[in-house]
Design a protein around this ligand. Sequence first.
Ligand code: FAD
Length: 427
Amino acid sequence: MQDVADLAVIGGGAAGLACAAAACRAGLDVVVLERTDRCGNKLAVTGGGKGNFTHAESPRAMAGRFDCDPRLIMPLLRKFPYQNIIQFFSSLGIEARIDGDGCVWPRGTDASGIRDALLREIATSGGSVKTGSRVTGLEPGWRIRMADGSTAARNVCLATGGASYPRTGSTGDGLALCRSLGLKTVDWFPALASLKTKDDLSELAGVTQPRVDMTLLVAGDEPRVADGHFIFAHAHVSGSSVLNLCGYAARGLAAGKTVVLRVNWVPDRRASDLADEFAAGRTKHPKKQLGTFLGAFVARRLAVRLCAMAGVPAERILAELTRAEQESIVRQLASTEFLIVGTEPMDRATVTGGGVSLDEVDLKTMRARRFPGLYFAGEVLDVWAETGGYNLHFAWATGIMAAESVAAGLGHDPNRPEQFGHVPASA
Ligand SMILES: Cc1cc2nc3c(=O)[nH]c(=O)nc-3n(C[C@H](O)[C@H](O)[C@H](O)COP(=O)(O)OP(=O)(O)OC[C@H]3O[C@@H](n4cnc5c(N)ncnc54)[C@H](O)[C@@H]3O)c2cc1C
């Protein structure tokens, strides 16, 4: 008779590997089914290969980074604050380094090192990993169909990820698997991706501004704000500030709404500060050209573009700048508007939105509400977060939570402190 695993984890990415490692530690018989020939392909490229794996922030602050009702996600984040995740990885031999922005990185290793530590843990605690195993069907009970056969498990954790960077294996299979079970799903969309403007900004390609404030205006919706760096790419605008607003823009565009991005290039200056600086500039350097003067605030090429948008020649010398022209320039510096007409394609999005509807899942246990023995973890769920380590945090927390729930359901003690390194949660 065929062995029936306690838990089959479908997808050997960040969430699936964390789930499997935690379940193996709890003494479960675990098999990971991964469609590509290597686990953790996407994990290995996170944070430019350096792996920004969580964020040093309270659960409450972190909840605000996710695109879902904070009340839904708070219990999970309280149970798995960032200290808990750091401790989990420390127990696997990965120590953490926290940078000045609160981003948490592995110390002395990289994102591949995180992947390898998880795989080591699974191997040494008796788990099995089957690569080249693409799951094509699920039957409650659970029978798991693959291209070249089938297997059975008492419990299944679906951790197939989203639909971006398909070469890493994340091709969006999770939606079809869930739909075949009749689960409610939300179509994929690019949640963290660059935005396409109506205006051709290619002459600015390569220009970056280290810190801007931005507001995304979607007709009929609450304005969304973000700050961070801003990059002009060839066909898109990008940077952390833009990525964090992309999901809302994508939703607005899909609904046929007008989407406008308003950028404040000088977030640390009020209009009155700018007026003072113009007055001082006029006195000290009356012959200075406007474009050169603006170079003190923004990159030179951007300064020239802002002059054009304000309808003032960049060559105008400060002594000859009229009050109306100055006001127009100050307005541009504080609120340049770009009409947004699209996003980068899905396959290049850092994170995808959409997935299994949260209505189908108990986020306190990661259990499917309608199917005993079915669990979810990671990006396959209809949740996404800002950049900064939050998406991986979600992958670890949901993966470990699913493992703990399966272990508890099978009568194992999932909360032995030596297993998961739980620490008291702060608010
Ligand atoms: C370039 C880039 C950089 C990023 N940097 C960061 C960062 O620094 N910090 C951060 O927090 N987040 C980052 N992210 C996001 C983060 O990588 C994801 O949110 C995270 O990997 C999601 O984990 P997951 O396990 O849910 O999905 P994935 O990591 O996508 O793993 C899913 C796995 O399931 C497998 N699979 C899919 N379908 C099947 C099937 N039918 N059968 C079997 N296996 C299947 C896939 O091959 C894959 O291995 C980054 C993403 C990208 C693309």
